[in-house]
Design a protein around this ligand. Sequence first.
Ligand code: SAH
Length: 394
Amino acid sequence: MKQVQLKAGRGASIERRHPWIFSRALLPTKGLEMGDLVEVLDSEGHFCGRGYYEGGTIAVRMLTFQEGELVDASLWQRRFEEALEMRRALGLLASPREGFRLVYGEGDGLPGLIVDLYGGVAVMQAHTLSMHLRRRELAEALVFVLEGRIVAVYYKSSDSLPMVEGVVDELLYGSIEEVEQVVAEEQGICFSPDILRGQKTGFFLDQRQSRARVGALARGRKVLNMFCYTGGFSLYALRGGAERVVSLDSSPRAMDLLESNLKLNFGTLPDCHESVVGDAFKYLYDMEEGTFDMIVLDPPAFAKRREVLRNGLQGYRKLNSVALRKIAKGGLLFTFSCSQVVGVEEFRQALFTAALHAGREVRVLEQFGQFADHPVSIYHPEGSYLKGFLLYVS
Ligand code: SAH
């Protein structure tokens, strides 16, 4: 196996089992190609672990720190088995139709790889070229581990690897009909993920915990679900007995998906539900005060990179400030940020400023994160990205 060596004084990160090795920590490398498996040595030549070489700023992503553990098909299988065991512990395997994330990159010891399961359909997504190159052996290991549970593996990376030429989405196992027609469940709510054309892998599975809270608190409330996409929060609010639900997204396609999910769950489009295609900011500015007493704000990441953090925070302040100003007295605001570069304290600070601007009495009732099927390795805090607060506004 090829080798890379750390510069003197650069061993602290790997000693703390952080799975990324930055290029500046490495001695000049020769003869390496992107995607190569490498053994990582410390500056004195001792074994530190094995990973794959990607070039770029994060030059190596670690797959193992154990000298006895080889990187071959059995490693993929072991990682998938461990991932499955953890989801079993969370009770996610009880129903064969359940939708959940089976593999969350570094959190499951497989940097650069995402696998979402929608009932029997697995959607695999690579975020690194190295995982892309190994997609077929990964799919094979996945099918082996999920034997009896899985009917198709769809590979969807054309969006997640925009910098790599020639990446196409493709079926790696089973039939495309299974992928197109799958109906999955989340805590008894049915949904059809838009695997082929939708955002990410077709559905946002990270909001499971907060959706349940929306459902539990929605009875008798007038609910506004902003940035609704496939309508996850709206479905829970309706099941929870909301008096009225308005779902808004700027994408007409999202509305089609939401409405087909409404029919799946309620047989028809409920009279108390209204779909709106529009801009969230404009809708909130134009809206009469007190129209809604539950508002969900789950926008796309306003700051995708650290360089745009300031603008992103400004976006969160503006959005939350108008929602806090308009929500009815006694209202519940569920507000989220999925920007990885926005820390939880920064988001709380943005909400504090928004509350001050809105001039409302605001209490923090609950705090949320990504659901546990998106686990964060204790050695890789960067894996945490979703933050949410439930605010009570009087
Ligand atoms: N809350 C959703 C996920 C939201 S993803 C869920 O539970 O599944 C973000 C969504 O915001 C996308 O569907 C995108 O179309 C929509 N969006 C982006 N900018 C918007 C804007 N300015 N106004 C309304 N919707 C917007």
